[in-house]
Design a protein around this ligand. Structure first.
Ligand code: ADP
Length: 405
């Protein structure tokens, strides 16, 4: 009887401790049970309970890892806070927006959120348990974010606060660039229009009676209206989205260069320039002819206009298996090093008066840059003040961006 009692209590104690082990996430200790043992069914049940718990645990781990990966790859900054203002979870986008790594263990959110307006939104949410939404600038990183602070489990003791930050810095920059562009365009359009109306007004007020003045002023009005037309054409070229509709074709490089030079015949002769072309006769490139031609024309225009009297313009083209390299070299005024980075910007000119006098719009190189990018290439510049400039365009011979094929 006593042995039987020991057997029962011993087994029950082991099984109880095994259940406790399973509960704590561990494995049960093995118990040897004979086939006729009254504990056999219970032992088997404990085994299968262990197996089920393990499966569940690994499923939870997989989910946890997936969730972790998902949240870390979200482009949104996410942070979850508990009712005691402790950070339960934050992803890497949030760390980037606050400007420093976020500790993984629980800690006060004040350690991470130093932006006063965001901290105030969070405090409001704790106080009135309402969702808040605002655009603000992060203190350390100066990023513009669209912030949402959301109250979860409202009205319970387990109130949680979810902070979601959407980085809108790039959007705001683009908007600013568009505003700047519109501002520049209006300013640039105003200059020739003011000149035209000013000279016309003077003529009407009586200057027309002097034939010499009449000729001179009409010439100015004509030049300024040509400039206006050129400006509008350039602005339209830059504003037109690259629809990718244009078809790529095989273009003979030498023919295209000669065509561009033809329309510059007069200014080349006036300046007494010598033009050298070193382009293989049979060199062809598969590209969008209109865009390639704009690039060459604009570079040649500048090489002529910013050249010295009796200077030289040299056009060279070579190709390897993949790329065409076309350079336009002049012996002109050159470009100082600190201007070299900026001359591809819209409306940037080193010497405003000189550029305007030449009929320049300050958009030629911006167009070159845009077109070369669209064609999948790049443009570089080497220049020395007083010696000359060389613009080199590198374009893929055939491997154009996909939409042109
Ligand atoms: P612009 O219509 O004024 O020529 P671009 O965009 O073509 O406008 O050129 C921008 C500025 O870069 C010019 O105003 C000029 O100051 C400078 N620049 C461009 N090409 C040359 C060159 N070949 N030699 C010297 N300066 C140049």
């Amino acid at each position: 009887m006593a042995r039987r009692h020991r057997y029962w209590t011993g087994h029950l104690a082991k099984m109880t401790s095994n259940l406790a082990r399973i509960e704590a996430g561990g494995a049960p200790e093995p118990i040897i049970l004979t086939p006729d043992s009254p504990f056999l069914a219970m032992g088997k049940q404990i085994e299968s309970l262990h197996a089920a718990t393990q499966t569940l645990q690994s499923q939870v781990e997989i989910r946890q890892a997936t969730f972790g990966r998902l949240i870390d790859h979200l482009p949104l900054g996410v942070m979850l806070l508990d009712a005691n203002r402790q950070v339960l979870l934050a992803n890497s986008a949030m760390a980037e927006l606050v400007g420093h790594p976020i500790q993984e263990t629980k800690h006060d959110y004040f350690d991470d959120i130093k932006t006063y307006r965001l901290a105030r939104m969070i405090e409001h949410t704790y106080r009135n348990q309402k969702t808040h939404h605002k655009e603000l600038t992060m203190l350390n990183t100066q990023k513009s974010v669209d912030a949402s602070v959301i109250a979860l489990n409202r009205g319970t003791a387990e109130l949680q606060v979810l902070v979601i930050l959407y980085d809108v810095t790039y959007l705001r920059q683009v908007e600013q660039m568009q505003l700047d562009f519109v501002g520049n365009v209006s300013h640039e359009l105003k200059t020739p229009v003011t000149a035209i109306s000013g000279f016309a007004e003077t003529l009407l007020a009586g200057a027309k009676d002097d034939p010499k003045t009449l000729d001179q002023f009409l010439q100015i009005i004509y030049d300024e209206s040509s400039r206006l037309t050129q400006l509008i054409t350039d602005i339209l070229t830059l504003s037109r989205p690259d629809s990718g509709q244009a078809q790529a074709k095989a273009v003979n490089v030498l023919d295209l260069v000669n065509d561009a030079l033809k329309s510059l015949k007069q200014p080349i002769a006036e300046k007494g320039l010598e033009v050298k072309t070193d382009v293989p006769k049979d060199l062809t490139i598969t590209t969008v002819p209109a865009k390639f031609s704009q690039v060459v024309r604009n570079l040649l225009n500048n090489a002529v206009f910013y050249n010295r009297k009796d200077g030289v313009v040299t056009v060279t083209a070579t190709a390897d298996e993949k790329n065409l390299k076309l350079s336009v070299q002049d012996t002109g005024i050159g470009i100082a090093e600190n201007d070299q980075e900026r001359i591809f910007e819209r409306f940037y000119r080193v010497d405003k008066a000189r550029s305007r006098h030449n009929g320049g719009t300050g958009l030629g190189l911006a167009i070159v840059h845009d077109m070369v990018m669209q064609l999948g290439g790049e443009v570089t510049l080497a220049s020395q003040v007083g010696v000359g400039s060389t613009f080199t365009v590198s374009l893929p011979l055939a491997d154009l961006p996909r939409f042109y094929k």
